[in-house]
Design a binder for this molecule. Structure first.
Ligand code: ZN
Length: 134
């Protein structure tokens, strides 16, 4: 598998508007607009930082994965996303190595990227996302 870079850091927040007050107003990062991914019950907002981005995640429902994360662990870094050259190859390789996956197949995330999550049990407690952008 070829990992190209850290694509983004996913940060769970109670409110993207409140999050913007720090990431955009204080740090001066550009806010590139918000997008709701209804399947994941989340609204995301991306802030480019050099070659990577900060992704703020706000839950759209109390039973969504981001709401559950905040309930358990509070606001903060929820996942790390690595950009891979080919996500199908990467998943095949991980399966072959017996790595526990949340997504067996890539799905479509914010910005039309192909994404898949690895299980934190397989990664020393870090929720890892792979993503491929063409
Ligand atoms: Zn992400």
């Amino acid at each position: 598998m070829k990992i190209l870079k850290i694509d983004h850091l996913g940060i769970a927040v109670n409110s993207i508007d409140d999050g913007k007050a720090f990431w955009s107003d204080v740090l001066g990062l550009d806010f590139e607009g918000a997008e709701t991914v209804s399947e994941q019950k989340v609204t995301t907002a991306f802030f480019p930082v050099g070659e990577s981005e900060v992704e703020l995640l706000e839950s759209t429902a109390p039973d969504g994965p981001v709401a559950k994360y905040i309930e358990k662990r509070g606001q903060g870094i929820q996942h790390v996303a690595f950009r891979v050259e080919n996500i199908d190859d990467a998943l095949a390789e991980l399966k072959e190595k017996g790595v526990q996956l949340i997504d067996q197949q890539p799905r479509i995330g914010a910005g039309g990227a192909k994404i898949a999550f690895l299980h934190p049990k397989a990664t020393n407690g870090v929720l890892v996302e792979l993503c491929q952008r063409d």
